[in-house]
Structures are given as structure tokens and as C-alpha cells.
Design a binder for this molecule. Structure first.
Ligand code: ZN
Ligand code: ZN
Length: 143
């Protein structure tokens, strides 16, 4: 026997799928509405206090320490509804940041060992490594 659940906000019967997390206590319509109000704030860089709860639409009580919701329950619902959006947004930001500042994300340059450096210098001078070291050694003796 399956128990029918109703959307906490509008009272629509819910199709239960998967686990019973908070997000499943809201219907798709209500979730879409909450998400769109939440994303509207972000896209328009609105950081001030809302007059009405983004989740249930009731006025946020004076003195309640919340900007977008009227209660802890609504806050929990808002968090679960917006979790995926926030995750995607964080991932996009990281990708954008990599595009804007690629140097920050480059792997550290491989440091050549002293031997590797000498070989490279020798190649740049167009001589063999052995000759290069001999010349270098000779010069050191003269000093
Ligand atoms: Zn609903
Ligand atoms: Zn509320």
C-alpha cells in the first residue's frame, strides 16, 4: 500500500519517486516557482530582505533573521529546492574563472634538475654536453 503525499504548499497530490527527502514534499510546480524566485534574486543581484517568503509566500515576520524565508522549515525547503542549482552555479563559476585566469590553474612548471639545465644550455650553444662541461670546468680553473 502506498501512501499519497500532498505538496506542502499547494496541496496537490505528489508522485513519490525515490527517497523521501524534503524536496519530494513539494510538487514540481511549487519547486519551479521557488527556484525561479530564487534565481531571479541572484541574476538581478538582489541581496536585500524579501517582504514575503520565497517558499510559502507569507510575509516574513519582523525580527525574523532570514532574508528569503519566513521559518526554518521554509529555509530547509528552499535549500533542498536550490541545491542542484547552487551546485551547477558553483561549477560554472569555477569554469568561468579558469577561462578568465588560466594562469592560476596551470600545473606548476617542471623544474629542470641541474643536470637537465646544463644539457639544455649545451644544446642552446650547439655543442655536446661533454664539451660544454669541459669548457665550463676549464673556465672555472682559470678564475
Ligand atoms: Zn505544490
Ligand atoms: Zn515560508
Amino acid at each position: 500500500m502506498t501512501k499519497t503525499r500532498l505538496c506542502r504548499l499547494c496541496g496537490q497530490p505528489l508522485e513519490l519517486r525515490g527517497s523521501r527527502t524534503a524536496r519530494l514534499t513539494l510538487c514540481d510546480d511549487c519547486r519551479a516557482r521557488i527556484l525561479s524566485r530564487y534565481t531571479y534574486r541572484i541574476e538581478h543581484h538582489i541581496t536585500g530582505k524579501e517582504t514575503c517568503c520565497l517558499v510559502c509566500g507569507k510575509p516574513i515576520p519582523k525580527g525574523y533573521n532570514g532574508y528569503t524565508t519566513c521559518s526554518r522549515a521554509c529555509r530547509t525547503l528552499l535549500n533542498s529546492v536550490t541545491a542542484n542549482y547552487r551546485k551547477d552555479r558553483a561549477a560554472n563559476r569555477l569554469r568561468q574563472d579558469k577561462q578568465d585566469h588560466p594562469e592560476t590553474y596551470l600545473p606548476p612548471k617542471r623544474v629542470l634538475s641541474p643536470l637537465g639545465r646544463a644539457e639544455q644550455e649545451a644544446r642552446e650553444h650547439g655543442i655536446t654536453y661533454g664539451l660544454y662541461m669541459a669548457l665550463k670546468g676549464g673556465m672555472a680553473h682559470d678564475l
